[in-house]
Every structure is written in C-alpha cells, then in structure tokens.
Design a protein around this ligand. Structure first.
Ligand code: GRF
Length: 194
C-alpha cells in the first residue's frame, strides 16, 4: 500500500523480479489519485487499485473497500511503503502480524510524517531507517530491522534524504526476506482486554 512516488514499491518489486525475494506482488493499493506509484505499478505490470477516500462516506467504508480487494488478492502480507494514512484499529487487528511498514528514522526517535526533516532540523548525530510490524499506535510496532544513517558535515536535507532512501532500498528487502524465510515471528496479538 502506498500513497507517494513509490520508489520503495519499485525497489521491492525489482527484488522479486530479480529472484532475490521469494514473493509475488499481487496487488498495489494506492489512496492518492495521480501518485507516482500508480505509473510504476503499470510499468512493472503489478495489478493495482486506486481507492480514493473522497469516494467514500466514512473511513470505515473506505477501508472496507480496501479489505475486500486485499482479501480477493489472496495476499499473505501487507507491505506499507509510504502509505500516508493511519489505519483503523479494526484493520490492524484483522491483519495482525501481517502488516509491515518502513519508517525513515531510528524509531522510537522521530516518528510521524516527517521523520527525515525532523532529524535534520534537530541536528541529530544520526538518524536511520526502521522496518517494523504495524500495531495500533503510530510508528510503534515491534521492530524487525534498523539501520543507522549518520548525519555528516555539510549535509543538506536533500543529501540526507538521499542517504536515508538508499538505506531503505537495502533494508526493506532484507527485512522482507527475514519474514518470508520464517526468521522473524509476528508479535503477540493484543488481548481482548487491551
Ligand atoms: C519512505 O521514506 C518511507 O520510509 C516512508 O515514506 C517514504 C516513501 O517513499 N514511509 P517512496 O514513495 O517509496 O519513494
């Protein structure tokens, strides 16, 4: 699932096509009309669905449409790659342990929508990349892999972004390989009492 340019999406699909990831990209779900990721899916011949929140009366109805499509696709895992909406608890619990996200910081540092910019503005000595299971919080789920990216003298936001993205392109496939090969187990499901 993605909302943006889709460079991580494309990178993961390349890894699959190159035989380095034993998976199949069965469906891209995008919530943003005109997002670059849609053109990438078309080019890479990955089936895609544009599900526009504005076409639905509520967040629940919007997600119900996504659920219908995901279930029809037969997917085992939901890989978020720049999906910019917060999933409802019901969605997260339905696919518990099967939703994975990549975040451009060393969580728990710099959660939220602007991880790279926030680290840059804070003049942090280092930031990084985190791949994690999604839980019902925002950027709080169990960490699968992390990689640090130091800030260097003379860094601009753009140069830092480029290094963080380069780290993402290595880390996300590596984390997905670990999951697929059974080397990472899903976090325990929260109990009904919460
Ligand atoms: C990446 O930095 C990812 O970590 C974050 O959103 C960005 C998506 O970039 N969650 P792209 O669309 O994959 O190019």
């Amino acid at each position: 699932m993605a909302s943006g340019s889709g460079s991580n999406f494309e990178n993961v699909v390349h890894e699959i096509h190159a035989g380095r990831l034993d998976a199949d990209a069965v469906l891209l779900v995008c919530d943003k009309p005109g997002a670059g990721v849609l053109a990438r899916a078309e080019k890479l011949k990955v089936p895609f669905a544009l599900v526009d929140r504005k076409q639905f009366p509520s967040k629940e109805a919007f997600e119900a449409d996504i659920v219908k499509r995901l279930d029809a696709s037969g997917c085992d895992f939901i890989v978020l790659a720049g999906y910019m909406r917060i999933l409802t608890d019901a969605f997260v619990l339905r696919y518990w342990g099967r939703i994975i996200n990549i975040h451009p910081s060393m969580l728990p540092a710099f959660p939220g929508a602007h991880g790279i910019r926030d680290a840059f503005e804070a003049k942090a000595a280092a930031t990084g990349v985190t791949v994690h299971f999604v839980d019902t919080g925002v950027d709080t789920g169990a960490v699968i892999l992390q990689k640090a990216v130091p800030l260097v003298q003379g860094d601009t936001l753009e140069s830092l972004e480029a290094r963080v993205h380069a780290a993402e392109y290595l880390l996300y496939p590596e984390a997905l390989r670990k999951i697929i090969s059974g080397h990472v187990s899903s976090p325990a499901r929260p109990s009904a009492e919460g």
